[in-house]
Design a binder for this molecule. Structure first.
Ligand SMILES: Nc1nc2c(c(=O)[nH]1)N[C@H]1C(S)=C(S)[C@@H](COP(=O)(O)OP(=O)(O)OC[C@H]3O[C@@H](n4cnc5c(=O)[nH]c(N)nc54)[C@H](O)[C@@H]3O)O[C@H]1N2
Ligand SMILES: Nc1nc2c(c(=O)[nH]1)N[C@H]1C(S)=C(S)[C@@H](COP(=O)(O)OP(=O)(O)OC[C@H]3O[C@@H](n4cnc5c(=O)[nH]c(N)nc54)[C@H](O)[C@@H]3O)O[C@H]1N2
Ligand code: SF4
Ligand SMILES: [Mo]
Length: 717
């Protein structure tokens, strides 16, 4: 008998509502369910690939693995693996203290709400500062900006409220990556852009590639990568030159306007245009629109955060936003104040914390935490440090850190140096291949979930709760169960809490103490999380399609206290700008390799799904036809790409969406290090072109993942 079960996808923060056809405990296919979802009916190809993955595609792991004395990974009973890992962790902590244990939270971890929160509870109970996540190998430049500039507590304007909206280096039509940092609605992203433009919003994109999102752009600027700091300094220069900034906002909430004037004075539009190889008129037009806008948004995706000067790039983009007063203001109606947690918003500046200058510190570099996390690019250094507090054990929840940090020459020996490496994953990835244990974990449709990751992102109040659609296979563990079981074996008392970014775990008053003897019921955990929900948990239970609560309007409130101010131009940012001004172009390399993402895969996940592989035998090196002709390349020709740090081979592909001098390639393809057989490898790891010792940004130690200087040459077959 075929049953239709309502649930939601958990691959990305869109959390698309769906209906799954189930026959005899096996899922057949997924359909979008727009009956209540604020995004309407929407599903991307990964929704269907998820069903196939649950059913065993992409070599899904159905049993845990342990490395034997022969050095080979072999199946192990889950309970035996937990016993061995718990004992080893306990011994390491007894000998070296809790700091020797680190946790890495990968992209697979963000959508397992119970797994992620149990992981936080475990880390808090253990008391280690070594929490790493993909966020610090991704857009931690945004956290650096928050730490150096401060934040407006009311948040940025929503797309649909804007009359001018600018996005630098993001492609939400493909990535569904939107608020709070980038401009977009996560689900059905085109609908948000269409609605905003129907209201008269002008959309500006700054991207070397004419992205899929560019179909919604009124102005597309296609610069060489790595010049966002100069471009946005020039936009600030014009706003100040023409007096077209929000003077009232700046006077009320900001310090440092004179320092901004001084720092951006040399960044004339002509200088930025020459450096980024774009028409000066485009910079003038973008500045004019932003300056005239009443409700403005300027933000970015990964592009500027991956490129040279990423912290400065991001600071300058946020500076332009601040000069335009691009935040929700007192009296503004909030489209979504949150359903599971309804939060008041205040028009109030929170002063910079400069948290990275405080304790706890890293061992291998002079820096500290950002939002309670250590920089992921320092993981290898923190393992190899000649220090009693070095990292000796690493637990990876839903990630592939060895691949993600790049530079395998530096990273691999470090990961191999660990006393204990444990991966919780449903795939055997590059990190898993060198791990001591790989714990096979359940997949979303096999578990209970509540829509916390979407709570503040939905374009309107909405919440959804789901029970498992199918039972989990016998041999696999739930992610949350692993952390609970390890804590029990280590004698650590866990308190389960509703943690969110910006909160310190220990400061959260309400918690659910868990017993190490009684396995918690996941539905009880979700009920606890929904305790403050605008929709009672029992109503969510009876409405698996989700609920849109009837809520009274929420408005941004006046500041309860009035002490914080944004620092627009702290001295370190001014010094970075001065250094950029003095910098010369690296002419040894003819091209710049840029990052991009593909619709059918989610970093390493679904890379080997049928619909991905039918399109992408390898991760192609995309170039414009003119550049290909100059290098004597035709479609599918093997091409060697060499940076200062490494060489990879892939196949070339023409794409007229690019600009000259730019190659565009996606990541997480191929093995960690190429075997030399491109087709057998199924692609090449762009991380081999990156460095963990050179070109690292200050503060967050972000490696250069975009705008990498490279040369290309045809590889003779
Ligand atoms: N389908 C799919 N969705 C995903 C992912 C995925 O792999 N696949 N990954 C998820 C993750 S982990 C993340 S972090 C997000 C990322 O989400 P996005 O930031 O939207 O990612 P991209 O599509 O790579 O967009 C980055 C853009 O930056 C441009 N760019 C590169 N260098 C520069 C530069 O120096 N300056 C400027 N201005 N632009 C530049 C590139 O051309 C590219 O279009 O997506 C998430 N969603
Ligand atoms: N050169 C280069 N390097 C990059 C990037 C780049 O563009 N270029 N991008 C950077 C960015 S933005 C990011 S976010 C990182 C990505 O880095 P990671 O997140 O570390 O890498 P993924 O391959 O996405 O790993 C996610 C893992 O989660 C697993 N998974 C999926 N669902 C579940 C689940 O429910 N439970 C568990 N336990 N596991 C699950 C998947 O099988 C997969 O192995 O890479 C960074 N590194
Ligand atoms: S956009 Fe795609 S991957 Fe993201 S939740 Fe929706 S169906 Fe899933
Ligand atoms: Mo990411």
């Amino acid at each position: 008998m075929i049953e239709n079960v309502k649930t939601f996808c958990r691959n990305c923060s869109a959390l698309c509502a769906m209906e799954i056809e189930v026959e005899d405990g096996r899922m057949l296919r997924a359909r979008p369910d727009g009956s209540v979802s604020p995004y309407g009916a929407y599903l991307c190809p990964k929704g269907q690939s998820a069903i196939e993955f649950h059913n065993g595609a992409e070599n899904r792991l159905f049993e845990s693995l342990a490395r034997g004395v022969d050095g080979v990974l072999a199946p192990i009973e889950a309970e035996a693996a937990l016993d061995a890992i718990g004992a080893k962790l306990k011994a390491l902590v007894a000998e070296h203290g809790p700091r020797c244990v680190a946790v890495y939270h990968g992209t697979g971890a963000y959508r397992t709400v119970l797994g992620g929160l149990m992981e936080r509870a475990f880390v808090a109970a253990l008391g280690t500062p070594n929490f790493f996540s993909t966020m610090t190998i991704d857009q931690s430049a945004k956290w650096v900006t928050m730490a150096r500039m401060g934040v407006m507590a009311s948040g940025k304007n929503a797309l649909r409220d804007c009359d001018v909206a600018l996005l630098a280096g993001g492609n939400p039509l493909v990535t569904h990556q939107g608020a709070p940092f980038a401009l977009a609605e996560s689900g059905a992203p085109s609908r948000g852009f269409e609605a905003a433009r129907a209201n008269g919003c002008k959309v500006i994109l700054v991207d070397p590639r004419r992205t899929e999102t560019a179909r919604h752009a009124d102005l597309l600027i296609q610069p060489l990568p790595g010049h966002d700091a100069a471009i946005f300094a020039a936009i600030a220069h014009i706003l100040l030159r023409d007096g077209m900034f929000d003077r009232a906002f700046v006077e009320k909430w900001c310090n440092g306007l004179d320092a901004v004037r001084e720092a951006v004075a040399p960044f004339t539009p002509e200088l930025a245009a020459a450096r980024a190889d774009i028409p000066v008129e485009q910079i003038e037009l973008a500045a004019k629109w932003l300056g005239e806008g009443r409700r403005v948004y300027a933000g970015s995706g990964t592009g500027p955060s991956f490129s040279a000067h990423s912290n400065t790039n991001d600071h300058m983009i946020e500076l332009v936003n601040a000069l335009c007063g691009g935040y929700r203001r007192e009296g503004d109606r909030m489209r979504n104040p949150g359903t599971l947690r309804t939060k008041p918003a205040y028009e109030m500046a929170v002063s910079p914390t400069r948290s990275f200058e405080q304790e706890p510190r890293c061992l291998s570099a002079d820096t500290g935490q950002l939002l309670g996390e250590m920089p992921s690019a320092l993981l290898p250094g923190e393992i190899m440090a000649d220090h009693p507090d070095r990292i000796r054990a690493l637990i990876v929840l839903g990630g592939d850190p060895l691949m993600a940090v790049g530079d395998p020459v530096v990273a691999q020996p470090a990961f191999e140096h660990l006393d204990l490496l444990v991966c919780l994953d449903a795939r055997l990835n590059a990190t898993g291949r060198i791990a001591d244990y790989v714990l096979a974990t359940s997949q979303p449709f096999e578990r209970h979930e509540i829509s916390i990751p979407g709570d503040a992102l939905y374009p309107a109040p909405f919440a959804q709760y789901t029970r498992p659609v199918v039972e989990k296979p016998g041999g696999v563990l739930h992610d949350w169960e692993v952390f609970w079981a390890l804590a029990a074996r280590m004698g650590l008392p866990l308190t389960f809490k509703f943690w969110n970014y910006g909160l310190r775990f220990e400061d959260i008053a309400e918690g659910l103490p868990l017993s190490g003897d009684v396995r918690p019921d996941p539905e009880d955990l979700c009920r606890f999380l929904a305790a403050g929900s605008a929709v009672p948990f029992d109503e969510l239970l009876t409405h698996p399609e989700g609920v849109r609560p009837a809520m009274q309007d929420h408005f941004v409130q006046p500041a309860p206290i009035n002490t914080g101010r944004l620092e627009l131009m702290p001295p370190d940012v001014a010094a970075e700008l001065a250094a950029i001004l003095a910098e010369e172009e690296d002419r040894r390399f003819a091209y710049r390799l840029t990052s991009r993402r593909i619709l059918h895969a989610l970093n390493g996940a679904f890379r080997d799904a049928g619909q991905t592989r039918r399109r992408l035998k390898v991760n192609f090196a995309y170039m414009i036809p003119d550049d290909m002709a100059r290098e004597g390349l035709a479609d599918d020709d093997p091409v060697e790409i060499a940076s200062e740090h490494g060489v990879i081979v892939t196949r070339a592909k023409a794409e007229d969406r690019l600009r000259r001098g730019v190659i565009s390639m996606t990541h997480m393809f191929g093995p960690l290090v190429s075997t030399g057989d491109l087709d057998a490898d199924g692609g090449a790891n762009v991380g081999q072109l990156t460095s963990l010792t050179q070109d690292l940004e200050p503060i967050n130690f972000m490696p250069r993942f975009s705008g990498i200087p490279v040369n290309v040459s045809k590889r003779e077959a």
